[in-house]
Ligand binder design. Structure first.
Ligand code: PEP
Ligand code: MG
Length: 960
């Protein structure tokens, strides 16, 4: 370790006092050509300042800086005094002198290595050493023969559910600190040490990089069989373990005081009690950012300039995110900090950076050279590390319906059907890793290694994927990890002193934020891919496990389901879906319906606390789920599932038959399409028409605005597949949550109330004109029905109609019907006026409900209350239908309500002529209509109109 050989050691030295010993050392150094005889004065002067006694019988005499001129060659000599020499006023004896002759501060590294010896009881061995080799072995062995007991291997207040989870925490601490080569999944047996205290020993020469002790303490107690477990000590050991230290550790763990400490002591007290090495603490201070436009270029420049004044390191993180250098402008910008977010600064210990903390806090509070309105003072108070963190209090807007095991919990029905299986909860994983890195080269190497092994795993998934769409997703993930911009970007962070994990996390977050800010939501969703890949690498680096899907069909539980999740979902394995947020017309619901997987959405954050592997039963049609259902519940549900499957089977068999009620009233059942290729499949599923072709989705499949010919080709596919059946086409409905990448829109505060639908195309008349031309050309005289989206005012209808009339003068069409969507409440209220001018209405209940109830249809927690069966919405539908019929015009419903089994009797009763829905709902919707009696439906609808709440309406239809 010291790179010394036996020739550097002098055994059997004699001295009666320190002066004699120093003279002897100076003589040896001079004889060996390391220093002139004058160096002795330097050694003496240094001792006069402070004793160089290190401990464990070792002293490290070295010259003062002034005496460095007498050094001829840097080197070290060891002199062994078997009888020892009194070295300081306390009477401590030095048996070994490590004499240092150094031109600069090389002695510091020797000192660092020797201080490790102090952790072990080597004084007796040093004293009794009889040979140079033995002496060197003792010193050399200090690094190898060890047992690390360190603060960063102790974790308290762990929210664990069971003993395995506590074990997992201890193992990941060991992995993070480099004590384990991999976070082994092998779980040794747990040995009880005392009441609720257990120990596990991981003994392995290859797996254990360095013997160490980790302690995981639960917040309360967790179960191990029938017994309680409060704390689990994991001892990672190999043949180099320091047995004496290990025995001493066991003594401490078995002591009665230890049990007491676990109950009452704070983490620092526990660390002291165990005699663990303490982590160097970076002092921290937090402040709330008051700048209206966040940490943009100007304030970020002011901040980095100020931070650069410190020679020590200063880092900053937003809220609880990753730390970046506060001196780097680009890193500060990458944080994307917004007003109200909390900035936490940390300063390198023992440097001037610590003094910069208050200066930085003050500068942020002063606005970083911008005028600011202060945010609450209590939030802006800086805090020292270790004190409570006063983050800005954010209102908790989530619904937290209590989930009682074995009982039904109700939420929003999103996709009908019953599902039963093990819960698989996809949670936001929090990775634990040190911010500060160790040796840069090894941090970089471990990052490369983690990336490499994630890539290897992904390649296996690609090769074994049964669905092309899944293979494509993971091929794209491999490509991300092949991209040097992604993989090499973290190098800066490592060079700045961050750990591989911290640097990687910061870099991926920065890339993801940039990606997420892209206007096109499809491209923006690629940010999720980056984060996905990023997490996999982080998991490798920290040794934390990422959950793997159960082998059996399972119930997928997630915060929300994104459209980009669609390709990842394998309906053969996902029996059901349960989400914390979302409503019936939210993306998650539409995705689930499209996949035909039973689903419940908007069930509240509590679902994320369901244990993995717990049995869950869901009824997507009725909107309830049960955690840990009884066998009887499952049996009943299975019987219902069988009859539901049978019902679906019978419905599919009759899918091509018309939907005529028992008393002879026919309703047209049509399909909603977002891509032209699905038309044939929809017709085969029983669609009698296309009731809504969402052309903005057709446009999105092109890289730029499709010209007339391209559009003609697209629409022709639909007409051909329809084989004479009617086609209702909606002109471009861009804006709101559906931006087109090649149609950049200025930022709007409220895009759903902004330039959306017809408001946009009226501002781009050529776009509308070309689309209308393409539609008429493609139809070749076939049954074409064109409608305009988001019409709210009569002027909009007139303006759109004028553009169409102009097109029709050049491209006449005999069979064309022209209508409008009813999705803005003003249009529904004014239906009598519009009805006299249109050929038909199609009611978009998704938007109509959103605007009538003023609930964002995609709102994470509110959208479950955006129920299209709310009496206010039903009254708008009733007014629309009544006025249309009074003018001899037909009305369709193309919102998600049209495919809702519970809503169908009411919509039919209100007189709706056409129901347009996802292809998957068609057969069942037809079967439902066939079971109805029109006169009963009219009565039901009347009653529904006089209900006071959506709940009352739903209760009404449950009784049908
Ligand atoms: C609606 O609003 O109900 C509708 C069908 O249109 P979209 O969902 O495409 O906005
Ligand atoms: Mg709409």
């Amino acid at each position: 370790m010291l790179n010394l050989t036996a020739t550097d050691v002098r055994m059997n030295a004699q001295a009666t006092n320190k002066d004699e010993a120093l003279s002897l050392l100076a003589k040896i150094l001079s004889e060996d050509g390391l220093a002139t005889a004058d160096y002795l004065a330097g050694l003496q002067a240094r001792e006069a300042q402070t004793s160089t006694y290190l401990g464990q019988g070792i002293a490290i005499p070295h010259g003062t800086p002034e005496s460095r001129s007498f050094v001829q060659q840097t080197g070290v000599r060891l002199v062994h005094f078997a009888d020892g020499v009194v070295w300081n006023d306390d009477g401590e004896r030095a048996y070994l002198l490590v004499g240092i002759c150094a031109k600069s501060d090389e002695h510091l590294s020797i000192l660092r290595q020797l201080t490790k010896a102090l952790g072990d009881d080597i004084e007796e061995r040093i004293k009794h050493a009889t040979s140079a080799d033995e002496l060197l072995a003792i010193l050399d062995g200090t690094g190898n023969c060890s047992l690390s007991i360190h603060e960063n291997l102790i974790k308290t207040d762990i929210n664990a559910k069971d003993a395995d989870e506590l074990y997992g925490v201890a193992v990941s601490l060991l992995k993070q600190q480099g004590k384990l080569v991999i976070a082994t999944g092998i779980r040794p047996s747990f040995t009880k040490l005392s009441e609720a205290i257990y120990c596990a020993t991981l003994e392995h020469d290859e797996l254990v990089a360095e013997p160490a002790f980790a302690l995981a303490v639960a917040k309360g107690v967790v179960k191990l069989g029938h017994d309680d477990m409060r704390a689990l000590a994991v001892i990672a050991s190999n043949q180099t373990v320091n047995q004496d230290k290990l025995l001493a550790l066991y003594d401490v763990l078995l002591s009665a005081e230890f049990g007491g400490k676990l109950q009452h002591a704070s983490l620092p007290e526990l660390v002291t009690f165990l005699g663990a090495d303490k982590a160097e603490h970076w002092q921290s201070a937090s402040v709330v950012l008051p700048n209206a436009h966040g940490l943009h270029a100007r304030p970020a420049t002011a901040l980095s300039e100020l931070a650069k004044g410190a020679t020590g390191e200063l880092k900053v993180a937003v809220d609880n995110g990753a730390y970046v250098s506060a001196k780097s402008l680009t890193k500060l910008l990458s944080l994307g900090a917004t007003r109200g977010q909390s900035l936490t600064f940390i300063a390198e210990p023992n440097t001037d950076a610590v003094e910069y903390l208050p200066k930085l806090i003050q500068a942020v509070q002063d606005g970083l050279s911008e005028e600011v309105t202060p945010i609450s003072n209590s939030q802006a108070d800086s805090q020292e590390s270790g004190k409570e963190n006063h983050e800005p209090a954010v209102l908790d807007l989530t619904d937290n319906t209590a989930i009682i095991k074995g009982e039904r919990t109700h939420a929003t029905s999103a996709s009908a059907g019953l599902a039963h299986g093990e819960a698989f909860v996809v949670r936001q994983v929090r990775f634990d890793y040190p911010v500060q890195g160790g040796d840069k080269a090894s941090e970089w190497a471990s990052l490369q290694q983690a990336i490499g092994s994630v890539k290897d795993e992904l390649k296996v998934i690609v090769q074994t994927a049964k669905k092309a769409s899944i293979a494509q997703i993971f091929t794209a993930h491999v490509a991300l990890l092949d991209d040097e911009e992604v993989t090499h970007g973290a190098k800066d962070g490592i060079d700045d002193g961050l750990s591989a994990a911290a640097a990687w996390h910061a870099h991926i977050e920065q890339l993801a934020k940039v990606q997420a800010s892209v206007a096109n939501h499809l491209l923006a969703e690629r940010a999720a891919d980056l984060r996905d890949v990023g997490q996999k690498v982080l998991a490798k680096l920290t040794g934390q496990a990422v959950a793997t899907e159960p082998a059996e069909p399972y119930v997928l539980i997630k915060e929300d389901l994104l459209p980009s999740d669609v390709a990842r979902l394998d309906p053969a394995r996902v029996a059901g879906i349960l989400t914390a947020v979302g409503g019936a017309s939210s993306h998650s619901a539409i995705v689930a319906r499209a996949l035909g997987i039973p689903a419940i959405v908007g069930a509240g954050k509590g679902v994320l606390d369901i244990n993995d592997g717990e049995q869950v039963l869901i009824d997507g049609g009725q909107g309830w789920f049960v955690v840990a259902p009884t066998d009887e519940m499952v049996a009943v549900a299975k019987a219902e599932q069988a009859s539901w499957a049978e019902r679906k089977r019978l419905a599919s068999e009759a899918a091509l038959n018309p939907a005529i009620t028992q008393d002879g009233h026919q309703v047209e059942i049509a399909v909603n399409l977002g891509n032209v290729h699905d038309t044939k499949m929809a017709v085969e599923s029983g669609a009698e028409a296309v009731g809504l072709l969402r052309t903005e989705l057709v446009f999105m499949s092109h890289q730029s605005v499709p010209d007339i010919d391209t559009q003609v080709a697209d629409y022709t596919q639909v007409f051909d597949a329809l084989d004479g059946r009617p086609l209702v086409v909606r002109t471009l409905d861009v804006g709101g949550d559906k931006p087109l990448p090649y149609l950049p829109m200025p930022f709007e505060d409220n895009p759903f109330l902004g330039v959306r639908g017809i408001r946009l195309t009226l501002r781009q008349p050529a776009l509308l004109e070309n689309q209308l031309i393409a539609l008429i050309k493609a139809s070749k005289g076939r049954d074409l029905r064109i409608m305009f989206p988001m019409v709210g005012r009569l002027e909009e209808w007139h303006d759109a109609k004028a553009i169409l009339d102009k097109v029709l003068t050049d491209y006449p069409h005999d069979k064309l019907q022209v209508g409008m969507m009813i999705e803005v409440p003003s249009a529904a209220v004014m239906a009598d006026i519009f009805a006299s001018e249109v050929d038909f209405f199609s009611i978009g209940t998704n938007d109509l409900t959103q605007y009538a109830l003023a609930i964002d249809r995609g709102h994470a927690t509110l959208s479950k209350d955006a129920d299209g069966l709310h009496p206010s919405v039903l009254r708008l539908i009733q007014n629309t239908v009544a006025n249309a019929h009074a003018h001899g015009k037909w009305v369709g419903v193309c919102g998600e309500l049209a495919g809702d089994e519970r809503a169908i009797p009411i919509l039919v009763g209100l007189g709706v002529d056409e129901l347009s829905m996802s292809a998957g709902n068609i057969a069942l919707a037809k079967a439902v209509v066939r079971e109805l009696n029109f006169a009963d439906c009219q009565y039901l609808a009347k009653k529904a109109l006089s209900c006071r709440t959506a709940g009352e309406v739903r209760a009404l239809v449950m009784g049908v």
